[in-house]
Design a protein around this ligand. Sequence first.
Ligand SMILES: Nc1ncnc2c1ncn2[C@@H]1O[C@H](COP(=O)(O)OP(=O)(O)OP(=O)(O)O)[C@@H](O)[C@H]1O
Ligand SMILES: [Mg+2]
Length: 270
Amino acid sequence: MGKIVTIASHKGGVGKTTTALNFAYSLSRLGGSVLLVDVDPQGGMTVATNVKKHNGSGLVDYLSGNSQLQDVISQTKARRLSIMGIGSIDHNSIARLEQLAAHGALKKALTIFAKYYDYVIVDAPAGLGCLPTALLNASDAVILVVQCRSLALKTLPPMLALIDWVQKSSNPNLILEGVLINMYNQSNPTESQLFSEIQSAFPEQMFFTTTIPFDPVFEDISLQSVPAAMHNGAQAIAGRYIELSVEYKQREMLRAQAEGADDVADSGLF
Ligand SMILES: Nc1ncnc2c1ncn2[C@@H]1O[C@H](COP(=O)(O)OP(=O)(O)OP(=O)(O)O)[C@@H](O)[C@H]1O
Ligand SMILES: [Mg+2]
């Protein structure tokens, strides 16, 4: 059974879709099979990858029972990475998607997808509403994306509180894998000062050591609708996403090791 990992944020435009695409791509480069799913009614991932050009159907069509699973998945040129766009969405289907999510159909669908892939990476809509909450309910792990801005960090606690509430009320398996600082400008004294302040204000492991710098090359990359690694001149950025995936996997491994240490030998097989 694969892992369902949601890329979320309380604020919009911070780089969730960009993170989801590049993180999914680098996980696939590291050897895992990955399905990237667009669960944002605005179709951020669908636009970012131009998947509609290859396949107009997607998640909404699958959830509505109008399409089979194999018909809504597009295999990319990257060997182990597939994409499911949002599909045929209009104002009626947005409400329908929220309704389906609230009634558990989204969770059921993601669990089915996870049978076929090592990772199901979900691009979530921004905020603390119905869809992000349903995604937290359906996920094994969540990665939060923030910018190193004082307002963004001051408004982080409600998102952390939502994760805590989901863990306590409905999904005790949910893990906050880490908070990723995106669009980081290390040479800006205010940002670097804030970065050190947050590292002391929040638990040590909360933020990924890897950060993604602000880089205007993303504008060119998005014109091409590809992961950074496939864009000439974005190799340094692509390397950061590989670092992020390695750090993510290290966190997974350390947790598995800690869980093993908690197992108590008894009179059974061990
Ligand atoms: N590290 C970065 N440096 C520069 N630009 C970036 C970076 N990361 C993302 N961007 C750009 O910022 C814009 C917003 O990114 P993206 O669409 O990934 O954000 P989002 O959080 O998914 O937005 P939404 O909340 O609307 O779904 C895009 O134009 C993207 O190319
Ligand atoms: Mg987005």
